[in-house]
Design a binder for this molecule. Sequence first.
Ligand code: GLN
Length: 303
Amino acid sequence: MDIPALLAKIYQQLPAENTGKVATYIPELAKVDPTKFGVHAVTCDQRAFAFGDSEECFSIQSIAKVLTLTMAYQREGDKLWKRVDVEPSGTPFNSLVQLEADKGIPRNPMNNSGALVVCDILLDYLADPKKDLLAFVHSLTGDETIGFNELVAASERETSARNRALIEFIRSFGNIHHDTERLLDFYCTLCSLEMNCRQLAESFLFLASQGMSPCTGERIVSSTMTKRLNAIMQLCGLYDEAGEFAFRVGLPGKSGVGGGIVALKPSDYCVVVWSPPLNPKGNSFYGMAYLEAFTSEVGGSIY
Ligand code: GLN
């Protein structure tokens, strides 16, 4: 199959009108050019295919939650699941509604409540959380140029009323232990990680490779942990659109409000699409459409 030609063809066949809207609730994100579009696919044996603005960095936002989850899982093991559940939520990423009934145990680590608890757990372990996070990200690919966007982090800190509310509400159930400002600062910095499509696809390739990074040859997590992380992405990675994503794309995936979506097929490949305008559920409008066509054309879904 001529993959480069296919990547271009799928782009040409996207719906002419992009009905998505760029996220504006974090002012710094509103500045992105909505016409940007990039794709990078990399196989477990490191063959790579790219299209469009695939070398341009963007804010990976919630996609980074998988990386902190991996770090916390490495340290805490299965004890982690006492503080955060693994059930799909069917609610938007920043929702508070289920926490009351669930007594402060977030439904899953992919929504904001769960990611905040995961960050709280990591603060127990990390001496210098932001530096340690970056060191972990660098260890996935060996690429030390990946960094945070301080403007995005500051912009998110200033508009964090909802995440602050989540922290205090979860604290009232005893499931957050650290200082609110410190936790919020770590979480907002996490969300400000910047990567291009290639760096992001390479960073997630260990999840397609039974927990071993093909880029460095290092084991990141066991194959059982890999299975669990992929299952969580499949069921929860696109919030209240996780079912739709499984239905249309058929792969474990994770989205972010920066317009990126990463998806992977175990033992095969990882693909990243970036297009900033988001559908009403906060997922990239073109990203969803592109991945749907991609997995259909290459026969590349797990179903
Ligand atoms: N930083 C964002 C927030 O907490 C992450 C949301 C996302 O990408 N879905 O609002």
